[in-house]
Every structure is written in C-alpha cells, then in structure tokens.
Design a protein around this ligand. Sequence first.
Ligand code: AKB
Length: 330
Amino acid sequence: MARVLVIGVGQIGSELGPALVEQGHEVVLADRLPPEETAGWDVLQKGLGADGVRKRWHRLDVSDTPALTGLLRELRPDVTYHLAALLSATGEKNPDLCWRINVDTTREVISTLSSFNAAVAPRLVVPSSIAAFGPLPGEEIPAVTPDLYPMMPTSMYGITKVAGELLGAYAAAKQNVDFRGLRFPGLLNTAPPGGGSSDFANMMYFAAAAGKHEVEVFCRPDTRIPFMYMPDAVKAIIEVAMAPAARLSRRTYNVAAMSPSAADIAAALRARVGRFDVRYVPDFRQAILDSWPRALEDSPARADWDWKPTWDLESMTDDLLAQLGWNKPA
Ligand code: AKB
C-alpha cells in the first residue's frame, strides 16, 4: 500500500482516484473545487460513494504555492499524480496561465519532493500528451510518430508538456525524484473534458447518447488523431507509476490504443444509434489537431512495462454509449 496524492481531479483523476483506492492505496484527492462541482463528480461518486469522496478530498488551488508545497510536506506521498493542467484549446486562449499551471506548479512539486531527501525517491507522475509533438519546419509530422522524434509543438499546451517531460527527466537524474510520464492521446469517458482540441470526439458521444440526431463539431471529417478509452488510460498511468525502475529505458513513453478519424467515429455512432448527422465547422482548433501525430508508435512502453491496450473503437463505442445512459432500442 502506498500513500498517494492526486492533484487535479478532473477527467482523468475522477477515474484514477477510485482505481487507486480499489488497489488498496491510501489516497488523497486534491482539487480547487468542492467535489460536487467537479466535472467528474458522477464518476467519483460511482467509484467511491459521496462520503468516500468527501473524506479523501482536500481543497487546493495549485497556483497557491504555499498551499501546494504545504500539502506535499504534510502528506509526504510515496506517489504523486500531478494532473492539474490547462488543455490545448484553453491554453491557446491564455498562454501565460497555461505555463503557470502546467510548468511552474510541476517545478514546485519537484522541488518539494526533492527537498525530502528521501531514502526511496518519491515517485511523481505527470501526464504528457500527443500535443508535445509537432511538424518539423517544411515537413509533415510522421503519421506514426515514435517516442524519440524531435519535439516541435505548435501550441502553448504542447510547449508546457515538453517542458514538463524535460523537468521530469532532470528531476529523475539529479533531484532524487522518480519521475514517470506518458504521452496520452485524446481521452474519452463519461466525464466532460475541459478545453481540449480532442473534445470534438467527446462531443459526438455525448450528443449521440443524449438521443440527438445532429451535432456540430469544430474539425474536418478527415481529422485523425490518437484516442484512448479512459479505462486504458487509467491502466497505463498506474502501470507506468508502478513499473520497476530498472525496467524503464526512458522517463516519458508514448501510449497508443486507436486512431479513428472524426468520420470514423461518426460512422461507429451511426451504426448504433441510427441517424446521426455531423456538421463539420473547423475553427482555430483544427490547426492544433493538424499538427499532432495521426498515430503513436508505442513499442518501448510495450517492451518496458508490458503496456497493451484493451479497448478499440468498436468496443469503446458500445461501452461508452451504455455508460452515458444511451438506451439501445429493443
Ligand atoms: C487536448 O485536446 O488538449 C488534450 C490532449 C490530447 O492532450 N485532450
């Protein structure tokens, strides 16, 4: 059993927290909002019960440095999952805040964990993203992008993710912090995501499950990026956190599951719900999506800590529609 702190309980944290409790860890969930006001409240309640959530909850504004470092000092967690972040679309609208939340708070967490001078280096897990990649000048990004490819992100969010990866590698080498990270695709579950460019897919599932026959999304139908169903994302982040250090050949790993286009997702939904018309109206997020890999090459994660996804587009679509309460016609 480990003492675990989850900072930022949003789309990922609301499923990760209950999964960690289920594994027998002592878990503290820290977020700026009261639990009932978070996007993942329904998911959290389902996993832990309302009282189970409340007793583990700690109100924390990550940008309040004394509060952040004070909580870390009080808890001295064995494993910290730092998930608080602005995503790509919100980050473009407020790049300074994106840097402050995504990078400055990661630096604070690293410095505080490092200051413990612990005999066993505390683990820190910070997710990176497909957004850490971008095309080299005058080139297209490789359709299937490997772990080791020059990182030239085009969004501030992507820049913060590269900075986080590099700070983590430095912390692991020089600051006695056992940092682990993974580059997540767009993630789907029942919790509404907050301000990502991959949200067009979530919007389609939410609309279809609500019985709507029409939806407008902000990308072209041929937009293809990597996606992952949340149960696989939770499995991956716990596996990378718990992997024996001796097996890690790097500090941040690509993880892949599926790479449908927006039109493929619409077709998978149409095959289940019947008429489902999608109006494709690209906005500023299209350029961000176009700069991301079409697919990730993840053989190092598979070799080093036995990563293997469970869900593909078809199985995810069946399960997610059911989880979202869609009533299949008899
Ligand atoms: C976003 O769209 O910004 C995120 C991501 C792919 O990291 N969902």
